[in-house]
Design a protein around this ligand. Sequence first.
Ligand SMILES: Nc1nc2c(ncn2[C@@H]2O[C@H](COP(=O)(O)OP(=O)(O)OP(=O)(O)O)[C@@H](O)[C@H]2O)c(=O)[nH]1
Ligand SMILES: [Mg+2]
Length: 327
Amino acid sequence: MLVAFLRFLISLPYSQSIRLSFRCTSIPASMGSAAREWVGFKQFPTATQDKLVDLFGKLKEQGVNTLTILVMGKGGVGKSSTVNSLIGERVMNVNSFQAEIVRPVMVSRLRSGFTINIIDTPGLVEGGYVNYPALELIKRFLLNKTIDVLLYVDRLDSYRVDDLDRQIVSAIADGFGKEIWSKSLLVLTHAQLCPPDDISYEVFTSRRSEAVLKTIRTGACIKKRESEDYPIPVGLVENSGRCNKNESDEKVLPNGVAWIPSLVEEIISIATNGSKAIVVDQKLIDGSGSNDRGKLLIPAVIGVQWFIVELIKRAIRADIAKGGRSL
Ligand SMILES: Nc1nc2c(ncn2[C@@H]2O[C@H](COP(=O)(O)OP(=O)(O)OP(=O)(O)O)[C@@H](O)[C@H]2O)c(=O)[nH]1
Ligand SMILES: [Mg+2]
């Protein structure tokens, strides 16, 4: 028992170093594809196209010709499906049963001088823990890019939030600075749902949204004043081909909202909300996130471990000496 405990203690710095070296492995960041003509745009119903032309036109009036959207969230929540829905093309593979992408992918589309970049990313949870290597990959991929909007994706039809959700939010804040949350939109997929018997769709969506938003505020340590200055909007999304449609053939939610133009409107309102876009430079990548701060604690942790091991060794030696004498 004692020997096993000693082994465990001695093994800690080793396992830690494995984890760090994995995190720091430099994998060349793909720069993503160059902007192609946005053919998927024409696949949207005319009513949606008209609304989008109007929205992008307003952006261009403000001198904004490019919009870069980062999509993050746990695995399987519908990140890639949402990218496909927004682009109107099946650009990302979607899989119900396993993780589909292992590194970030940027999709760029060009329409009438306006470029939309959407960066899809691997899920941020692996084996029940925050997937720090994935987060590191995402950061490196984003080097020299500017993020206008973060879509933080989760599911509307999950009923609970737990500590892992808070940890993910916290890891994003540590990795990119908590300011990234002032550029974020909470996207809840699977929004064509039937709520439990006793509550309406509106009440269900607002309760679920508030639960996730509260977790974001706690996880990213967002102060009340900050959350009032830059409230995080919520966008409801239904990616399924079975999504109901209105008379104009637009995909609509149970509350009647045509969600694609509505989501794009929210995205644009965040991009132009007055808070600074997130510039991912080398400083931010090398930055002093909590994990990097954690690295500074490693010598202290190793020191304490060494001290404990020495104490235990001495106790064992004393024990053996005592045992020897009693024989
Ligand atoms: N009904 C419904 N299914 C959805 C929705 N969004 C995604 N799905 C399904 O959920 C599964 C996972 O979707 P993905 O888009 O691959 O999820 P992801 O977050 O990209 O997953 P990873 O890349 O593995 O992290 C697929 O079977 C999708 O068809 C939605 O809004 N409604
Ligand atoms: Mg995906």
